[in-house]
Ligand binder design. Structure first.
Ligand SMILES: [Zn+2]
Length: 192
């Protein structure tokens, strides 16, 4: 794997009582993974305090970050996120088979195979519920952004509602007696 060196901002965690420093791009992961069961400053693991704002973090310097940049990963257990549909596929082959089958359907462009290669799509790790835990490689080129699918990007921060939440809401509605709910209720369910 080629190694890439990057100068990146180093920030101090803005959460009260925490003086951790991290590369700016790692701040969300730090907050998401730090466990403070007492909710003092940090929240329990996998919870982000509601008033947390990454952009409030103070930049305290720069550091050189080295990545083993997985430029042409082809290991079949690597998880690729299709940012058109929010689904994760095992391996480059799994992703490409899916993209071929879905071309022209849902949001997927019919010329998807000319437009993108597998390496343009982000590589992620997921937990047993299918939530993204870590972004190993960001999307490249013109594939849709990854943010809507990140469990730690909340509505306040980026204005996204996660696809997972939308899907769960649809399933909930399908399970009601009539399969129909009012716009008001839908708004409540989606936007809280
Ligand atoms: Zn912290």
């Amino acid at each position: 794997m080629p190694t890439v060196e990057n100068e990146e901002n180093k920030v101090e965690c803005p959460i009260d009582g925490c003086d951790a420093t991290t590369a700016a791009r790692g701040l969300h992961m730090h907050v998401y993974h730090t466990d403070d069961p007492e909710d003092e400053g940090h929240y329990p693991r996998y919870e982000v305090p509601p008033n947390f704002e990454a952009k409030k973090a103070e930049v305290i310097g720069e550091e050189t970050v080295e990545y083993d940049y997985p430029d042409h990963v082809d290991i079949e257990d690597t998880e690729y996120l299709d940012t058109y549909t929010g689904k994760v596929y095992q391996g480059k082959r799994g992703l490409m088979i899916h993209l071929g089958q879905m071309a022209g359907k849902h949001n997927i462009p019919s010329d998807i195979k000319e437009k993108h290669e597998a390496d343009d799509f982000p590589i992620v790790t997921t937990d047993s519920d299918g939530n993204i835990e870590e972004v190993i490689r960001d999307p490249r080129g013109s594939v849709p952004p990854i943010e809507p699918y990140l469990p730690w990007s909340d509505d306040d921060e980026l204005g996204y509602v996660s696809k997972k939440h939308i899907k769960e809401t649809i399933e909930e509605i399908q399970e009601t007696t009539t399969g129909v709910i009012s716009a008001e209720k839908l708004e409540q369910k989606l936007l809280g």
